[in-house]
Ligand binder design. Sequence first.
Ligand SMILES: [Zn+2]
Length: 88
Amino acid sequence: MRWLTAVGSLHLPHRPAWTCRRCGLPYPCPTARDRLVAVYGRTPALAEQASDLLYEAVPELAGVPPADLFDRFIAWTASGGRAGPAGG
Ligand SMILES: [Zn+2]
């Protein structure tokens, strides 16, 4: 999975809760987002990676409202969106 290669071995999702294994934040955590932006830039490829992740997460996060899932997995990939603070 290209996503995991880009993020590295630390900030990965703990499934099925979809929290970060490293920092415990909802996944993708700010550090994972920063690393993906660094690899892909704010390009369609970034959104494609995020969409793949969302596709995997949806069945496991069935109780989470769709709007929240969109914000969490997709909205941040848009140009001018918040990349989140660097850290971790
Ligand atoms: Zn993390």
